[in-house]
Each structure stands twice: as C-alpha cells, then as structure tokens.
Unconditional design. Structure first.
Length: 224
C-alpha cells in the first residue's frame, strides 16, 4: 500500500488511472441501472419493501453520480459543490422516507411480502460484485490521489452492506416465512440512507479541494 502513496504518479500513469476510474464509474452506474430495474420489478411483484428500497437506493446512487458529473462539467466546479451535495442529500432523505413508510405498512399488516427468488439472486450477485468494484476504485483512487474516487468507492461498499441486509431478509422470509424480516431489511436501508444524506448535507465526504485534484495547488497526500 505504501507504494501506491509514495508520491504522485507520472503524467502517463495518471492518464491510465483516470481512464480506469472512468471505466469503473461507468460500469458501476450501468450495473446500478440494471439492478434498479430488476429490484423494483421484483419488489412490486412480491410486495417486498426491502427489494423496492434496494432498487430505489440504486437509483439514488445513479443520481448521485449524475450530480457529481454535473458539478465537474463546470469551469469552476467548487461553485456547484454545495448544490450537488444538497441534491444528493435530498435524494437519500427521500429514499429513507419512502422506504420507512413502505416497511411500516408491511409491519402493520397492510402488505404481505412474498418470496422472491429473483430478488435473492440479485442481492447475492450484488454482494459479490460491489466489494470488488469498490476495492478496484479505492486502490486506483489512492494511487491517483483522488479523494472523490476514494469517497465514491466507500459508497459502493455501502451498497454491498445493503445487499447483505436485503439477502438476509429475503432468505429468512423464504425459508421460515418471517415476513417481518423483509421490513427490517428495508429499515436498515432507510437507516443507511439517512446517514449518507446527513454526511452529504454536511459535506462530510472526505472531500479534497478541486484545485488540489487538478494539480493547481499542493495538498497533503494523506487527507482521507
């Protein structure tokens, strides 16, 4: 690990790392879009608050990436940073509110979550894919000295935690008929969403000044 952080890579290596980051982000966004479609469809069929929340979280992740892309499309991205963070925060708060209400309806007996083999398979695949993508992006971001890439890798890792929570809830419901496990998994997603929304609202994302990321001024290499 020390070799990755011993100094700034040369221009050729930086170009390679930047292309790798773009590829990783593109793959992550594409996967989240597919994941959202499958999770929302399977959740609607099975009346699963956990799956619906999982799908909505995938949409929020895509919206967050779009907000960051919008921010850095400006000549002076720092001027858009607060707005981008507010968009991300409100997206997470909206997700938490919806999932909490949906899970509450299930717990109160207004909905009866059904078994979802498709949902179980989707959560299992996500649990295998997301940690791998997070590891690659974090490793690349650390070598490049990009705090935003490192922070994004943490978001991807959180998706893996949510996949585990959803998988446990769906499996317990399928094996033992514990419908409440689905709602508990959904509430776990809501809790993560509130946490991420608060961090975005406060700007607590391990951010590095844009001028430092672009090389316009020096910065300490180990800020995260």
């Amino acid at each position: 690990m020390s070799g990755e952080r011993s100094g700034c890579p040369d221009p050729v290596r930086r170009g390679v790392l930047r292309r790798r980051i773009r590829i990783i982000v593109a793959i992550t966004i594409g996967y989240n879009v597919v994941e959202a479609v499958i999770a929302l469809a399977a959740g609607a069929i099975a009346s699963s608050a956990a799956l619906i929340g999982f799908g909505l979280d995938s949409i929020v992740e895509v919206l967050s990436a779009a907000a960051i892309a919008w921010q850095f499309s400006a000549p002076d991205p720092e001027k858009r940073e607060r707005v981008a963070l507010r968009i991300i925060a409100f997206s997470f708060f909206g997700l938490a509110a919806y999932v909490t209400v949906d899970a509450g309806l299930s717990l109160l007996g207004f909905r009866d979550p059904q078994h979802s083999p498709v949902g179980i398979a989707l959560a299992a695949v996500s649990l295998a894919v997301m940690p791998f993508l997070s590891w690659i992006e974090r490793r690349t971001g650390r070598e490049l000295g990009s705090a935003s890439a490192v922070a994004d890798s943490k978001q991807t890792l959180i998706c893996a935690y949510l996949s585990a929570a959803v998988l446990v809830g769906l499996v317990l419901n399928a094996l033992f008929g514990w419908a409440s496990a689905d709602s508990v998994a959904a509430l776990v997603i809501a809790g993560f969403a509130v946490r991420e929304g608060m961090e975005a609202w406060k700007g607590d994302t391990c951010a590095m000044p844009v001028t430092a990321l672009t090389g316009d001024r020096a910065v300490e290499p180990d800020c995260c």
